[in-house]
Write a protein that binds this ligand. Sequence first.
Ligand SMILES: Nc1ncnc2c1ncn2[C@@H]1O[C@H](COP(=O)(O)OP(=O)(O)OP(=O)(O)O)[C@@H](O)[C@H]1O
Length: 538
Amino acid sequence: MGVQEPLLRIEHVGKEYFGNRVLSDVSFSLNAGEVMGFVGENGAGKSTLMNILFGMPVIQQTGGFEGKILLEGEEVHFASPFDALDAGIGMVHQEFSLIPGFSAAENILLNRESTKYNLLVEVFDQRLKTLDRPVMKARAEKAISTLGVEIDSDTLCTEMPVGHKQFTEIAREIDRTKTRLLVLDEPTAVLTESEAQILIAALRKLASQGIAIIFISHRLQEIIDLCDKIVVLRDGHVIQEARTCETNVRQIANWMVGRKMEEGAAHEVASRSFGEPVLEVENLWVDMPGETVRDVSFQVRKGEIFGFGGLAGQGKLGIANGIMGLYPAGGHAALRGQKVVLNAPQKSLEMGMAFVSEDRRGVGLLLEEGIDWNIVFTAMQIQEKFIKKLAGGLVKWRDDSAIEACAKEYIQALEIRCTGPQQRAIELSGGNQQKVCLAKAFAVRPEVLFVSEPTRGIDVGAKKLVLDTLRRYNEEYGTTIVMTSSELEELRAICDRIAIVDEGRISGTLPATAPAEEFGLLMMGQVDVDAERVKACE
Ligand SMILES: Nc1ncnc2c1ncn2[C@@H]1O[C@H](COP(=O)(O)OP(=O)(O)OP(=O)(O)O)[C@@H](O)[C@H]1O
């Protein structure tokens, strides 16, 4: 008997996009039931390889690829994702493909083919009428419970917090009985740490049932916890393959970036002085699904970096969304003493505030437009920047050279990996799109900049760069920053003060230099931290 063929073999795969080589001679294999972590910097080529594996149309449309893909020793040629699905490959993308007005159960049970190419809602309605609801519900609930989470299968997608959407998307993949290889592209980026733990446990269970898994993540500890082996990609080349039990986070990070990683930024403890309060918020409530804000009051001083932390679902993310008018909100907010009209996003922008949302699907990139246009568009619209005026303003036209200079500045500052300022946003990797969103907010030079989860989806090497850039803009332009993050260490690295949000209210505000345990206590709703601190000192 011959040696058993691996489930998947990638052999000498290469890919160019319009002369830009993004993958070179990539080879590796994966056995049934094996979990592989696939890591690399933003733009290294991870999603491109997965798109090749899944037969995504973008690959054929851009000239195909070189090399071979073999399943159980047989070469496969997927003309479309349908073929990949037929062959038992399931894929959960960075972006969701759930149908908003449908419930969790409907989304899980609708077959992938129709959800991906949802041309006519009527078609779905027709399909749903013919389905047996109780059976559907039972199947959906089984898939959800395999994941070990609690989601009511009747909840509409529009009403779900982002973490639940992710679980629904994964449940849909595992409901399909044929799945033998599951690819997950940054599935935990939108999950809280505890949700991520649940997902990891669920994936282990799937692997023990013989399903092979390719797991892409920038959270390296997760890779170590979950995966049997890792493949490291740098600039489109496989530069390392290793068993996870024989390596560690730091070594993986070094392989990814090809140099020794610097130690995390030491926070300058020297206390900084600030001006008058610039943003004053009183009794704010925000009706954001999964992130309800009940009653929040705070003040931020001019030039300060103010952080919001706390566990997921407690309301920290709702605060910026409410002030910026993206979800129904009430209460009082004032900028420089002037009332902020809530529920009016355009007005918030005009007053001098900008927002980089945690929701990368809703960040509003003009995907078909160039990086340059994306970066300057808001500044142009709201502030008439990058516009030349003649004849007393009667004649206006775009200042192309200023636009180009601005785009180049941010491409350099944030190390946006691209072929040039005119490359279309749709052609960028997810992490690089995220950097364009940050640049777009910087270009407005807002008086107050709200950033939520600024390093989500950003690789380890670039994380520090993003945080340093925020700090630099704060220092150079005096921009006041309100940063919300689920990573306490990231908040402590650049904030002056951090408020912890628990059950829709601020449970306490501490200087960023306070011990981590005190923040931990606040997160658990323990308001009396000072008393605790005193006790600890006794
Ligand atoms: N449709 C496209 N047209 C042209 N270039 C593209 C296209 N899609 C991706 N690229 C380029 O291919 C390179 C690899 O991108 P890819 O999305 O595979 O990276 P990634 O490793 O998944 O990054 P991230 O961690 O940021 O998601 C990038 O430089 C990107 O600009």
